[in-house]
Write a protein that binds this ligand. Structure first.
Ligand code: ZN
Ligand code: ZN
Length: 62
């Protein structure tokens, strides 16, 4: 059994400080990383992470 306290982002490799439930919900990533991995370039494939994709939840927006 692995260390349940060790939650590492599948995308950026940094520790994820979320409730276990939320961590699983975001496919074991940061919410921002999840957005970039699955949502960010859906409408505009290849969109850079420093560009706003138009999603209100986009970390690159605002
Ligand atoms: Zn991450
Ligand atoms: Zn976005």
């Amino acid at each position: 059994m692995s260390d349940v306290n060790e939650q590492t982002c599948q995308r950026c490799g940094e520790p994820v400080e979320l409730e276990r439930e939320d961590y699983e919900l975001f496919e074991r990533m940061h919410p921002d990383c999840f957005h970039y991995a699955f949502e960010h370039d859906l409408d505009r494939p290849g969109l850079g992470v420093d560009e706003d994709c138009g999603d209100p939840a986009c970390p690159s927006g605002a």
